[in-house]
Ligand binder design. Structure first.
Ligand code: 5GP
Ligand code: MN
Length: 336
């Protein structure tokens, strides 16, 4: 993988057919960076399509350009044809092809020049021709902003681009509170605001736009589904299928739930597992130097960042939870 700076001179040289993709169940940063880049590349005259491996949370449906995003599961044939004809493929906010679920094989076999922009650990570098993989960055949106500015195209940042990029930086930094929020993040936001960005509306669209059932689900989860293991400074929440059905929980409704666990004084590790149809999906968060990326990789087929990672299990809920209680014993010292 060559540095992305070596790709800058191609950006505005010739019109290309471009696919942008991201990880399955895209979050604010995945969708924000994809659509931010989409608006920018269109402004350079390219033919651009964003393909998401799966559906996404409805709280992203207001985003500029989201109506043109193809859901690979819903439009497989059309998406495959577009992928086959593409000159360039941008992979955003993930770094291992299997995070694109059913798209993995199609992406592996395509001929396009592949460009990675991502801030997770341990990238599959052999897959990409050019890339920027930087775990110091707050979010992929910040890296798309860097690409636009460093390649000399600051004048192409439209309100739509700014809106999409702000969405990802706001969600991935926990509204600017995580340690990854460096001065460069605030400088970028200041620049976007000078261009006319209305940040408060974006916050409302993302965080104050839910249905009643989600709040009741959250209340029930906090009251009845949480276990605190003080001897390990760990809190865990186990969400059974019956809760998902009862409260009509949809994609994205459980996002952020794991963060409540970290609000308990002294808690260093927070874990939540949700019984989904196809798998048991884990989310891990930590405070300090407990590395949940390594933890998720070693025990739950996952990965991510030092303080935020995810994983999965093919076992049933009871079995995967039991495994967590077993595994955590090895970490007693580290979690003290
Ligand atoms: P979340 O818990 O919000 O789903 O994910 C936390 C972080 O871990 C995100 O940066 C996400 O991209 C990453 N992540 C989530 N699930 C997985 C997984 O199964 N594998 C890997 N490698 N990363 C994941
Ligand atoms: Mn991200």
């Amino acid at each position: 993988m060559k540095p992305i700076s070596e790709f800058y001179s191609f950006l505005a040289a010739e019109k290309k057919k471009i696919i942008i993709t991201t990880h399955q169940k895209p979050d604010g940063d995945a969708m924000g960076s994809s659509l931010g880049l989409y608006h920018f590349l269109i402004s350079l005259g390219h033919e651009v399509v964003v393909i998401s491996p799966t559906n996404w949370a409805s709280f992203l449906d207001w985003m500029p350009g989201v109506k043109n995003v193809l859901d690979f599961e819903q439009n497989t044939e059309k998406a495959k044809n577009l992928i086959a004809a593409a000159d360039w493929l941008f992979c955003l906010d993930f770094n291992i092809l299997h995070r694109t679920k059913n798209m993995e094989k199609v992406l592996q076999e395509m001929n396009a020049v592949k460009i990675l922009i991502d801030h997770h650990q341990q990238p599959q570098t052999e897959v990409f021709n050019f890339g920027n993989s930087n775990i110091q960055k707050s979010c992929t949106c910040e890296m798309v902003y860097d690409l636009i500015v460093e390649s000399g195209h600051s004048n192409k940042i439209s309100i739509d681009t700014a809106t999409c990029l702000y969405t990802g930086v706001m969600t991935d930094t926990g509204s600017f509170r995580f340690p990854s929020t460096k001065p460069s993040v605030h400088r970028m936001v200041a620049h976007l605001m000078e261009l006319g960005l209305v940040h408060s509306v974006i916050h409302d669209n993302i965080y104050d736009n839910f249905l009643e059932n989600r709040l009741r689900f959250t209340g029930n989860a906090l009251l009845n589904r949480m276990d605190v293991l003080y001897e390990y400074n760990t809190a865990i929440m186990v969400i059974p299928k019956q809760d998902i059905l009862k409260y009509e929980i949809k994609t994205g409704d459980t996002e952020g739930l794991v963060n409540y666990l970290l609000t308990i004084k002294g808690i260093k590790l927070a874990a939540i597992v949700i019984d989904r149809d196809e798998e048991r999906k884990w989310s891990f968060r930590s405070k300090g130097n407990f590395d949940v990326n390594i933890f998720a990789r070693q025990h739950f087929e996952g990965g991510g960042h030092v303080n935020a990672a995810g994983g999965r299990s093919g076992d049933n809920l009871e079995k995967t939870v039991k495994k967590f209680y077993q595994v955590i014993k090895q970490y007693e010292k580290q979690l003290q």
